[in-house]
Write a protein that binds this ligand. Structure first.
Ligand code: BV8
Ligand code: ZN
Length: 254
């Protein structure tokens, strides 16, 4: 068994569960994690350099091409058993708050309703000048191996450059989502941190806030992270394997 035998019953008795996810929860869907090296055109950069307003200002076509490549990849992949187990958990516990750092939209496609998306979404671009949301064309963007520079669309209202709907490094997180996330971690009794290297702030401080507020923190990650020390359990395994097994143990099929 990948997790302590007491965890299923603890999960069954949970009043308010927070699930906090990072790129690792999408890894088994075939989505490279944020730490995975970039490929093709972008191999000379690391993600933290490209995911910035400065990079977009300096070379909008390079950055827009990267996000369209990522969006095309994600739209060709499917949610995995971890995403589905999290959606199922919402039906099992009295209250579940899903907080994600991911921008791929796989939680919603697996059936999770209103995740708190702290870092925005690949699927909701907007005008960098007037803020108006931009409707992307239906269908799949080309998935050009090695990537392509693409001119960002122009805003239909003001002609400004459309930008990806994500939170870049150096940008503030969406206020409402952040406030709801902080409130949830201060009120929950159990928090699962799943598939995150716990390196990006202020999101990475949420499990610490939960522990300080008296919640039990459980980490699901094949690797150790800086969060290990505040966790009641560190489950060393893949989210797509651990979460379905945990749900099946807590609520055996009748
Ligand atoms: C901000 C969208 C201020 C873009 C992303 C202290 C306080 C506040 C800020 C800072 C601070 N210190 C530094 C900062 C600045 C910065 C920061 O944190 N830098 C880091 C690098 C040190 N933070 C910011 O800039 C934030 N903004 O603070 O603004 C402000 C305030 C007011 C007004 C103006 C400004 C904004 C940060 C958001 C950046 N945007 N994403 C895009 O996607 O392109 S973050 C991006 O990186 C991802 O969204 C993701 O959140 C993050 C990567 O983290 P992970 O999800 O953890 O992924 P990673 O690949 O790292 O790890 C994967 C893990 O999964 C691994 O541990 C692996 O072992 C595990 N795994 C692998 N396979 C599996 C698995 N686990 C389970 N199962 C598996 N199968
Ligand atoms: Zn505009």
């Amino acid at each position: 068994m990948l997790f302590p035998p007491t965890l299923p019953s603890q999960l069954r008795q949970t009043r308010h569960l927070v699930v906090f996810t990072g790129a690792g929860v999408s890894q088994e869907s075939g989505i490279p994690t944020f730490r995975d090296a970039l490929t093709g055109l972008w191999a000379q950069f690391d993600a933290e350099q490209l995911a910035t307003p400065e990079a977009f200002a300096a070379d909008p076509e390079l950055v827009w091409g990267w996000y369209e490549w990522r969006r095309g990849l994600v739209l060709r992949k499917e949610p995995n058993a971890a995403h589905r187990a999290i959606a199922e958990l919402a039906q099992k516990v009295p209250r579940l708050t899903l907080i994600t750092q991911n921008v791929d939209g796989l939680h919603e496609r697996a059936g999770s309703r209103d995740p708190l998306s702290l870092h925005g979404s690949l699927h909701r671009p907007y005008c960098s000048t007037c803020g108006r949301r931009h409707r992307l064309p239906d269908g799949l963007p080309d998935l050009v191996e090695g990537g392509a520079r693409l001119p960002p669309p122009e805003c239909s209202a003001c002609g400004g450059l459309v930008r990806p709907g994500v939170v870049w490094f150096g940008e503030a997180l969406p206020g409402a989502a952040w406030e709801q996330a902080e409130a949830a971690v201060c009120e929950c009794d159990l928090l699962f941190s799943v598939g995150t290297s716990s390196l990006v702030y202020p999101a990475a401080q949420l499990p610490h806030q939960a522990a300080q507020s008296g919640a039990q923190v459980v980490q699901i990650n094949p690797a150790s992270t800086s969060l290990d020390s505040v966790c009641a359990f560190n489950v060393r395994g893949s989210a797509a394997q651990v979460l379905p097994e945990l749900v099946a143990c807590a609520w055996p099929a009748v």
